[in-house]
Design a protein around this ligand. Structure first.
Ligand SMILES: [Zn+2]
Length: 464
């Protein structure tokens, strides 16, 4: 059966975040802006866990509760979950994302292309916020304190009861951004990041627990969880939203039939799938101009019709939010013994499947132009509007074998990317060398990414 990686990335759109709107703030209400309360029900579609972390000394963890002892999901977690979808809808900045650093306990260095205008740090003043920072807020030390225009209550359990069942969770791995096969767009160092990370839904009954043994003492032991069909109630308070903001927020909250959110612990092992429905009769949205006239009649009846439609969701986003994803294959991390073997060290494609040594097209379109920002003048300029920037083939990793011996006037370099009109090599000093594809002298079948070639003048060839 097909192995599907537990997460995938939604490609960035080829533009940059729109930072042109400025921030209206919460207090000066604009006449044509919307304010009010959106009441929501969150329903668990797979077992759902948020931990009570208050007792560090307790090994077996309980579900988080408020001071009335009702099990809750924190407003901050719900906000983060809805924000990540809103960011993808509005092509906002990437709030996570360090493009280089070290990963894991072995401190393995990793390096991706600069995120350019997608950097969260570019949302650095009230006048220059991306759509998501404008709506959900952005706080940067002493220089920027924008609280955003929406606030989220905690969600309290209103339907169902917690399952009291002690389980030892499968080990939760920390993110490993040095895995270029999954985090990178092309699977090699220096390539752009693949986009916005989301975990796939694994169905109603994921296998999330293991037998407790001394060897898995790093695992978390829980005593209770919210079962499928349990429901939580919460409210979102919005102030001074534009029509467009409200419409896209409603879509990010409620999504479409067949799509779901993920919240809480253990997303990679299938926990936390949920869907949200907006309770229209318990919500109330007013338009500022009417509110001045009369607080009671200021409420408007047709606000729900402002909800944005399917066209705002990219294909990549729909794919990662699909609730029936588990029908496509087995969703799991490759075993560490498999990791070094093909195809598991190869990039994942748009469907989360590991796909052999090279990637043709790969993830859904739209990822180009974002980065790969080479400071030097490109050798082969492409006509504007012509999508010639997409490589036909991309190497996953440098060759394992040492470079071939060269004669005078020749250089060894391995082939990184094959384009329609050009070949991009890496020389032995790690420098990128671009040659025209016409300058390749050899059998077409030997033109293979990830192999050593000999460069001589403007020509390239490969010794079989
Ligand atoms: Zn931003």
């Amino acid at each position: 059966m097909t192995t599907i990686n537990p997460y995938n990335f939604v490609p960035l759109k080829s533009k940059e975040p729109d930072r042109s709107l400025g921030y209206t703030g919460k207090l000066r209400l604009k006449d044509d802006h919307y304010s009010g309360k959106i009441a929501c029900i969150l329903k668990a579609l797979s077992p759902l866990i948020t931990l009570d972390q208050s007792r560090k000394d307790v090994k077996n963890k309980k579900f988080l509760r408020n001071n009335r002892k009702t099990p809750i999901l924190q407003g901050a977690s719900i906000k983060g979950m809805i924000r990540s979808v809103y960011e993808a809808i509005t092509d906002s900045c990437l709030t996570f994302a360090a493009t280089n650093g070290t990963s894991g306990k072995d401190k393995i260095p990793y390096r991706y292309a600069d995120l350019g205008n997608y950097l969260n740090s570019k949302c650095n003043s009230l006048e220059a916020l991306c759509p998501a920072c404008r709506l959900f807020g952005a706080i940067k030390g002493d220089t920027l304190n924008c609280q955003g225009k929406v606030a989220f209550s905690d969600a309290a359990l209103v339907e169902g009861t917690l399952s009291q069942q002690k389980c030892c969770l499968k080990e939760l791995l920390s993110p490993k951004p040095h895995h270029y096969a999954t985090y990178g767009k092309c699977g090699h160092p220096g390539s752009p990041v693949a986009g916005r990370k989301f975990y796939y839904h694994q169905g109603k009954t994921p296998s999330f627990s293991v037998k407790e043994t001394p060897s898995n003492n790093r695992s978390i032991i829980i005593e209770e969880y919210a079962p499928v069909e349990s429901a939580f109630s919460f409210q979102i308070y919005g102030e001074n939203l534009t029509k467009e903001e409200l419409g896209k927020l409603l879509l990010a909250i409620e999504l479409l039939d067949g799509l779901g959110h993920k919240i809480g612990l253990g997303k990679a092992i299938g926990l936390g799938s949920c869907c949200i429905t907006i309770s229209r009769e318990k919500s109330s949205i007013t338009k500022a101009c009417k509110r001045y006239e009369n607080w009671n009649t200021g409420a408007i009846g047709d606000w729900y019709s402002l909800k944005a439609g399917r066209e705002e969701l990219s294909e990549g986003l729909i794919e990662v939010l699909r609730l029936n994803k588990a029908e496509d294959g087995t969703i799991r991390y490759p075993d560490y013994r498999e990791y070094k073997k093909e195809p598991f060290n190869a990039p994942i494609n748009a469907l989360g499947v590991f796909v052999g040594t090279t990637l043709n097209g790969g993830r859904p379109p739209g990822t180009d132009d974002v980065a790969e920002s080479q400071p030097q003048e490109p050798l082969f300029k492409t006509k504007q509007g012509e999508n010639a920037a997409r490589p036909d083939e991309v190497a996953v990793a440098p060759p394992q074998e040492p470079p071939p011996k060269t004669k005078q006037g020749e250089d060894a370099a391995w082939l990184k990317e094959i384009y329609k009109d050009k070949l991009v090599f890496m020389d032995t000093q790690g420098k990128e060398v671009v040659r025209s594809r016409k300058g390749y002298q050899g059998k077409p079948g030997l033109l293979e990414a990830g192999k050593w070639f000999i460069l001589s003048g403007t020509n390239s060839s490969r010794r079989a």
